[in-house]
Ligand binder design. Structure first.
Ligand SMILES: NC(=O)c1ccc[n+]([C@@H]2O[C@H](COP(=O)([O-])OP(=O)(O)OC[C@H]3O[C@@H](n4cnc5c(N)ncnc54)[C@H](O)[C@@H]3O)[C@@H](O)[C@H]2O)c1
Length: 352
């Protein structure tokens, strides 16, 4: 094998796209997917590649230092793409400790195992940490973009935990000379996203004629990127990014939440053959999330300029594809929402 790469969190939303891309594109790489299979991890996301000869799945926790050491030894890992995390802001408000444990201590544990395995032989190694634009805090309603040098100013327990993990990764570069890269990406959307997140949740709610709860007046603005474009950026940066650097990844594609929800309503109604405006009445405004940042928008020009990355999809086209995928994969959705997949794990792994 030419390379041996540990991808963490590969059974989650973005991780499953990264694993699929690497397994298919690099048959001469060994891809080890390490995932704890929390509520957000779902091996059905990878059913199309699970038999590939260059793919190995290991169930485990990034906080388990002995297991991490063992994986570096057993598979002679020379690259890490670290996506495993608790990722849902609303959950972090109710349970910040779990976020600190996995996102901060888990990342530090993985860094420790990488350092022990690689120290004094850094050549050809890379620890690539996937992070979020939420670490930068909030922007005013209009004007301004987050750049790689924007000061960190996290507001939610989720973004605070990701900010902390980013700092530990950079500290390992600056202190020990570990080759590291950090990328901060905007909101992803596309197939296989756990239906607690806005886009799959609302597509499913429209299908079942359930309310569409929009925080505040829906004025919050987010930049959206199709998940496969993120996976392509990760591939490019893993191979061509410069150690010690940070790259922002975004779509230059800002949407107010309410406009996005209306686009979803229009698209789902059209695909289901409903009359125009049929599901608009499902939109309900609910009390705003505490600490809800008004606007995120990312300047990814460094990535465009230095590595030549471009997103491949326009947003309307990406939404079209995404809605089509969820409507065509109702079984995937129903398995999650009905708890069927919990039974599958119970049978395979004796529960979570
Ligand atoms: N979703 C987004 O829009 C977005 C945007 C920017 C950055 N990110 C970052 O990308 C990464 C992946 O996000 P996602 O949306 O795919 O998340 P996700 O919640 O869909 O997946 C996370 C995965 O990590 C696994 N995991 C959780 N705790 C673990 C632990 N202790 N040990 C091993 N595995 C564990 C889960 O089982 C799951 O498979 C995260 O680091 C997140 O912060 C996400």
């Amino acid at each position: 094998m030419k390379r041996s790469i540990l991808i963490t969190g590969g059974a989650g939303f973005i991780g499953s796209h990264v694993v699929r891309l690497f397994v298919r594109k690099y048959p001469d790489y060994r891809i080890v997917n390490l995932d704890k299979l929390t509520y957000a991890g779902n091996l059905a996301n990878l059913s199309d590649i699970e038999q590939a000869p260059n793919y190995t799945f290991v169930r485990g926790d990034i906080c388990d230092l002995e297991l991490m050491r063992e994986l570096f030894r057993r598979y002679a890992i020379d690259g890490v793409i670290h996506l495993a995390a608790e990722s849902h802001v609303d959950r972090s408000i109710h349970d910040p400790f779990t976020f600190a444990r996995t996102n901060v201590m888990g990342t530090l544990t993985l860094l420790q195992a990488a350092r022990e395995a690689w120290e004094n032989a850094w050549e050809g190694k890379l620890f690539y940490h996937i992070s979020t634009d939420e670490v930068y805090g909030a922007l005013p309603a209009s004007g301004g973009l987050f750049s790689e040098t924007t000061r960190y100013d996290p507001h939610s327990p989720y973004s605070a935990s990701k900010a902390s993990s980013d700092h530990f990764v950079r500290a390992c570069h600056d202190t020990y000379g570990m080759p590291t890269v950090v990328t901060n990406c905007s909101n992803n959307y596309g197939p296989y996203q756990f239906p607690e997140k806005l886009i799959p949740l609302f597509i499913n709610n429209i299908r079942h004629r359930r309310p569409l709860p929009v925080y505040g007046r829906g004025e919050n603005v987010r930049d959206w990127l199709y998940v496969e474009d993120h996976a392509r950026a990760i591939d490019l940066i893993f191979h061509r990014g410069h150690p010690g650097e940070t790259y922002n990844i975004g779509g230059f594609n800002e949407w107010r939440n309410i406009d996005l929800v209306r686009l979803l309503v229009r698209t789902v109604d059209r695909m289901l053959g409903n009359p125009e405006g049929y599901s608009e009445e499902l939109i309900t405004f609910v009390t705003d999330r505490p600490g809800h940042d008004l606007r995120y928008a990312i300047d990814s020009s460094k990535l465009h300029r230095e590595l030549g990355w471009e997103p491949s999809l326009q947003f309307e086209e990406g939404i079209e594809r995404t809605v089509r995928w969820y409507l065509d994969h109702q079984e995937w959705m129903d398995n999650i929402t009905s708890g069927e997949y919990e039974k599958y794990y119970e049978a395979m792994y004796g529960g979570r």
